[in-house]
Design a binder for this molecule. Structure first.
Ligand SMILES: Nc1ncnc2c1ncn2[C@@H]1O[C@H](COP(=O)(O)OP(=O)(O)OP(=O)(O)O)[C@@H](O)[C@H]1O
Ligand SMILES: [Mg+2]
Length: 475
């Protein structure tokens, strides 16, 4: 059953904006949560990655926003800076026809510049918890006019140690506000937060067999740590992703992978918390615009990022947190597109893989790493296809005279095979050393991301500060 936006009784201005964006029908999470949010209920919304949760909260915010009121009306809180930028952009697209403006507010950007843009009185602010707190304390953001608060990826913000900031922000917002909370994953501690700060929320969970979306083909390979890098190159060469994200465990791993892949001739950039915000913005933009083919990232890129042409996710390092896994692979297969993920598993990590499969309720398919010979054949087939496509699309006319001349003195097979040799990518064997990584550490009872803790619904607050430091490292 499908729901059109007109059935949701949206204003014609908004329907027009959505049509212009190419949104013809509401996704299930939108169909179920938009009416509730428009009626003023608090909403807890859970749906798989890439299924339109941003517009599910964005549409009601914009529909109810008023152009007359000269103050901030809605606040959206996101865990990462990249996400704040992306969500503000999507809200601006939805709100443009009505004249509703959203601005992103995040750490790493000049605060005075942000203060100047706040003076232009946007109706919606999308920010990361730390920087929002900063503005609230400076009184450059005033909360008394806020009618709606959205927590996007609330579970991640708690995991990152932002509980204090979020609670502090929520406790300063007028109590008659509406709170909307969205994520693809809803661990138990979110419900505790919801109980404390939401008013009898309506819970909407889009039913699915698995936590992960069906249009992502999920595979894994078994490799030793030493084989990982060559396996990655072979997979990339064989699968030929349109755009790919490779997830590494640490910043150092990410740096080494970027260096190694560049040495082998791939067009690649890295993303992690040590880079300046300007660099991070450039990398995301390059990937969006297809100026690079591969982004290697820490989990800072695991949540919410929406780049439609990402066709492949490589989990170079396994995560033992099934929720992180869900979000990582969810960077592909968005808005109905197909995607592929390949997870690298060392012999020691087999149990962790099984644990993820159990939590997501889906088995991954074991595949073999393509051999060097298969990769070579793949390169050759690709070259042949390229050649045939150029011929089919008649892009070769200016070479016809030259070809005829060449054929007077040489035979066709020799010439054609020489041409194929020239356009076939050669497998690059440049030696690359990636530092030894001891793999996943044993789960400890102190680890907040440990599934054991979650199962018991137990939270470990004592490590909150440590976690916060880690999150700064991470974001
Ligand atoms: N009704 C719709 N019709 C067509 N495309 C849509 C619709 N709603 C959203 N989209 C598009 O789908 C893509 C994914 O949406 P969005 O980023 O909101 O997903 P999400 O559910 O928040 O995923 P994640 O859990 O990874 O954050 C976006 O490019 C968005 O513009
Ligand atoms: Mg999202």
């Amino acid at each position: 059953m499908t729901t059109s936006f007109s059935e949701l009784h949206l204003s014609t201005t908004l329907q027009y904006a959505l049509e212009k964006m190419g949104f013809t029908e509401a996704t299930p999470i939108q169909a179920q949560t938009i009416p509730l949010a428009l009626q003023g209920y608090d909403v807890l919304g859970q749906a798989q990655t890439g299924t339109g949760k941003t517009a599910a909260f964005g549409i009601p915010l914009i529909e109810t926003a008023s152009l007359e009121e000269e103050q901030i009306q809605s606040l959206v809180i996101t865990p990462t800076r990249e996400l704040a930028i992306q969500v503000a952009e999507e809200l601006n697209r939805i709100g443009a026809a009505k004249g509703i403006r959203s601005i992103p507010i995040y750490g790493g950007q000049d605060i005075n510049r942000q203060i100047r843009s706040l003076k232009k009185r946007p109706q919606i602010i999308v920010g990361t918890p730390g920087r929002l707190q900063d503005h609230i304390q400076r009184r450059t953001i005033r909360l008394q006019g806020i009618q709606q608060v959205v927590l996007d990826e609330a579970d991640e913000m708690l995991q990152m140690g932002f509980r204090e900031e979020i609670e502090a922000i929520l406790s300063r917002i007028p109590s008659e506000r509406q709170v909307l909370l969205f994520s693809a994953t809803m661990p138990n501690d979110i419900r505790a937060l919801a109980k404390k700060f939401m008013n009898d929320p309506k819970e909407v969970k889009i039913k699915a067999k698995s936590l992960t979306i069906a249009n992502i083909k999920q595979a894994y390979i078994e490799v030793t740590p030493r084989q990982k890098f060559d396996a990655l190159c072979n997979l990339i060469d064989f699968q030929r992703p349109e755009l790919a994200i490779v997830f590494g465990r640490t910043r150092r791993r990410v740096d080494e992978l970027v260096e190694g892949l560049s040495k082998r001739g791939y067009s690649v950039e890295g993303l992690h918390g040590d880079y300046s915000q300007a660099h991070r913005d450039r990398v995301i933009k390059s990937l969006r615009e297809g100026r690079i083919d591969i982004m290697v990232a820490t989990d800072v890129a695991a949540r919410g990022l929406d780049i439609s042409n990402i066709s492949h996710i490589y989990n170079f390092d396994l995560t033992h947190d099934a929720e992180i896994y869900v979000h990582r692979i969810g960077r592909t297969g968005r808005a109905g597109k197909e995607g592929t993920s390949v997870t690298f598993v060392t012999p020691k990590e087999r149990d962790d893989l099984r644990n993820i499969e159990r939590v997501i309720k889906k088995k991954m398919k074991k595949i073999q790493v393509p051999s060097a010979k298969e990769v070579t054949v793949g390169h050759q087939l690709f070259a042949v296809n390229e050649l045939i496509n150029v011929a089919k699309n008649k892009q070769h006319h200016q070479f016809i005279d030259l070809a005829e001349k060449l054929l007077e003195e040489n035979d066709a097979v020799t010439l054609l095979s020489a041409a194929l040799k020239m356009i076939t990518k050669e497998t690059d064997q440049t030696p690359v050393q990636i530092s030894h990584d001891s793999g996943l550490r044993k789960r400890s009872s102190n680890n907040k991301r440990s599934s054991d803790n979650r199962r018991k619904g137990k939270r470990n607050f004592s490590s909150s500060r440590r976690q916060q430091r880690r999150n700064k490292a991470y974001s």
